[in-house]
Design a protein around this ligand. Structure first.
Ligand code: SER
Length: 336
């Protein structure tokens, strides 16, 4: 008998770190993790970890022969700034990697005559505002508006939303036998801020980097101008969003892709929040033209009313609670 598991790809990353804990320690699921990197100490006890690449087809075949994969949280990706330096590698991991996992999920769904749930974190990077005037005129975008990403990562995410939709709704429309479809669901995240981990290679990284540097007494230069506004969310809310979307009854869902967000603020406002907790922090601004150009194409806010209406999405951490109750106390303890 194959063991029934939840598979998390990219599990050694920021979201994976928090998600493993929730799925394994709190909800007592059997969790199988896949990442090119090892898991951190605590997470290693909670999951069966396979160190390997999502692009390794024989490895994926082996996983399917050993495990019944019920749900996939496909987190593995190269983030937006890194993807601009290695666009081909990003395309391989972000698109071909996702395609391979969708195929795996399709085969599993057919084999067990029940859809595999495929939960996909997409991103604010799927948007592309043409200029600053439009960005100011359309501050709060809906899922289907301004889908003109300018980065490799954003293009990859938007296309994978399409691929997942295709596999779950229309796959093989012309095939004689109608295969069991998989159950693909995606959330578009804003910038995520964790008290316990730091992102790497993202363009929203200046938010968490500012805070973690201040907590360690290190000076920090923010790589975007003080007035640039982006949406953000606390990591526990991001994990809740993935779990809540996965748990929602399919019949309640009228969309495949949902925006989720919590608060929007400028880089200067993030600095103010950080200074309230760490008054001696040395935070300056040294904009990096290329990274700033990416930020300038992303909207200031995302309309997440569909997620709120259809599966009851509500962030627990607004700006005040995020800093006062989650980030600051945990970060202080971490670096003490
Ligand atoms: N945080 C991601 C990035 O900056 C966006 O999803 O790349």
């Amino acid at each position: 008998m194959r063991k029934k598991v939840i598979l998390i790809t990219g599990a050694a990353g920021e979201i994976g770190d928090a998600l493993i804990h929730r799925l394994a320690a709190e909800q007592h699921n059997m969790v199988l993790t896949l990442d090119v990197r090892p898991l951190s100490g605590e997470q290693r006890r909670l999951a069966t970890h396979i160190e390997g690449s999502i692009l390794d087809k024989p490895l994926l075949d082996r996983l399917v022969s050993e495990y019944e994969i019920d749900t996939i949280y496909h987190l593995a990706a190269l983030l937006s700034t890194r993807a601009e330096f290695t666009p081909q590698a990003a395309h391989q991991v972000n698109v071909e990697g996702t395609l391979g996992l969708l195929e795996l999920a399709r085969e599993q769904s057919q084999w067990r005559s029940r859809p595999v749930k495929f939960i996909f974190p997409s991103s604010v990077a799927a948007y592309g505002m043409p200029d600053m005037e439009t960005k100011a005129e359309c501050p709060r975008v809906k899922e289907w508006e301004w889908n003109y990403p300018t980065t490799m990562y954003g293009g990859n995410k938007l296309y994978c939303e399409f691929l997942g939709t295709y596999y779950s709704r229309n796959f093989m429309q012309l095939a004689e036998e109608s295969p069991v479809k998989l159950d693909f669901r995606a959330v578009r995240f804003p910038g995520l801020i964790s008290a316990f981990t730091l992102p790497s290679g993202g363009t929203t990284d200046y938010g968490p980097e500012m805070l973690h540097a201040a907590a360690q007494g290190k000076p920090y230069d923010c790589f975007v101008e003080p007035d640039r506004v982006l949406p953000f969310m606390a990591m526990p809310d991001a994990v809740d969003a993935l779990l809540d979307l996965a748990a929602a009854p399919l019949e309640d869902l009228n969309h495949v892709v949902y925006n989720v967000t919590s608060f929007s603020l400028s880089a200067a406002q993030i600095r103010e929040q950080v200074l309230q907790a760490f008054p001696d922090a040395q935070i300056g601004f040294k904009p990096d033209h290329k990274r700033q150009c990416i930020v300038d194409t992303w909207p200031m806010d995302m309309d997440d009313s569909a997620a709120r209406e259809e599966w009851g999405w509500v962030p627990k951490y607004d700006l005040k609670r995020c800093f006062e109750e989650y980030l600051v106390p945990n970060i202080k303890e971490r670096y003490q």
